[in-house]
Design a protein around this ligand. Sequence first.
Ligand code: FAD
Ligand code: FES
Ligand code: FES
Length: 488
Amino acid sequence: MNDCIRFILNGEDVSLKNVRPTETLLDYLRLQRRLTGTKEGCAEGDCGACTVLVGRLVDGKLYYESVNACIRFIGSLNATHVVTVEHLAAKNGALHPVQQAMVDCHGSQCGFCTPGFVMSLYGLWLSNDKPSRADIEKALQGNLCRCTGYEPIVKAAEQVARTRPSTLFDPLEKTRSDIIARLWAMKNTGTITIVSGDDRLIVPGSLDALARVLAAEPTATVVAGSTDVGLWVTKQMRALNPVVFINHLSELQGITTGEGGLTIGAGVTYTRAFAAISAKMPTLGRLIDRIGGEQVRNMGTIGGNIANGSPIGDSPPPLIALGATVKLRSAEGTRMLRLEDFFIDYGKQDRRPGEFVESIFVPYPAEDTRFAVYKITKRRDEDITAVLGAFYLTLDDQGDVNDIRIAFGGMAGTPKRARAVENELMGKPWTEDTIAAARDAFDSDYQPLSDWRATAEYRQLTAKNLLTRFYLETTGAPAELRRFEEVA
Ligand SMILES: Cc1cc2nc3c(=O)[nH]c(=O)nc-3n(C[C@H](O)[C@H](O)[C@H](O)COP(=O)(O)OP(=O)(O)OC[C@H]3O[C@@H](n4cnc5c(N)ncnc54)[C@H](O)[C@@H]3O)c2cc1C
Ligand code: FES
Ligand code: FES
């Protein structure tokens, strides 16, 4: 069965032989299956109207996560369980408790966003027994409503949290062991190749197979979480061919906590990386909460955030400041390089034909390190960075700067270190005068652009002010500055 994508849709086994490489789950659901409860709002992962759950086996256990069907490709669904809003109500029409709570709490007006909210709430309900207000707001970050307002929907989440999942009425609890067995049977250790006309879609069975595929097809588009690539298709109408899917590869999903640091597989999603990163580096953990909405974090990977080479990707600046290294792999073997050396120029990375990102190693900061990340955006949730600064500092016994690494996104064509500022600070006493003298060095490090997110002047001033803020926070910030801590 190496010529089809197989998954479970609600209760039914599906096997698709004729799949275009960029066919989205949303189009399949709405146009081919007439499952029109899943809506199309923005088609770019922002509004959540298209939210469905995707269940997959991780270490033998079945996890369901909310995802955006609009930017999820069918080719990424092999051996998964896709659950749409149509699956929730009982056959006799009785609403699922999540749906009933939305009715009871008046959580819907025009109803366009409602199925998406229901699915996000359902994902939360399945995974969290006692969600706090913050958990609820986090789970709903990726769902927008134009008419109801959010308070009734949050109330619905609080109401349903009092009714726990039960095999009596929950369709996924009732069938859990059966679904696990069916997904095991669908797992494929061989490589799936689907040819439709000139198009080719490839799902390699292992990391070695991926290396072989990319050696033969060095210009193929690799797709992990598709939270970038999805938009190339839905917004830029790009034709991609061939497409190689890697999100299922367990060899890219490992998180290893070693003595010196954390090794994160390139295919680890933000959601999965969160706990491990937060335990060791809470500041970096808090940043993950500000990347996209829950659906994007359930799909998007750290490897994708690095490999896309974006100057405004959120993870590269803090990882550079922490001294991370990236492991690249091809059919010829592996090589390691410092993450900061991976980014050569705008749109250009040190990635040879046929190479892919295998993992990232993040050294733990020493006990006495001061480390901070500041993401500056127009709104707090689900917004793309205008400027992001990461600071890593150690002081010697005299209070002089012993080591400093500063890296910024949004200030140049790549994520980039502020070398001139660092040189100004190295060996100097960590004082207000040193900071004041170093601020101007940002003008030699960066010549940022103006765009719709921020002007060049705003960016430059923000970078300087973030250095000052870091100084104040590391030396005991006054209360009025500390209130910004939660948005950092
Ligand atoms: C609504 C929304 C909000 C977002 N918000 C943020 C945000 O706040 N901050 C942020 O930084 N980003 C944000 N993004 C962008 C995106 O989520 C991230 O860049 C994400 O990390 C990309 O990972 P992915 O797995 O989805 O990559 P894909 O879309 O699958 O791939 C991205 C690129 O990386 C390549 N690639 C992926 N994996 C590998 C690999 N292992 N080896 C080689 N090449 C690879 C692909 O070929 C492609 O060029 C947002 C996206 C959306 C849709
Ligand atoms: S349609 Fe808006 S997130 Fe998918
Ligand atoms: S109820 Fe109308 S958009 Fe939410």
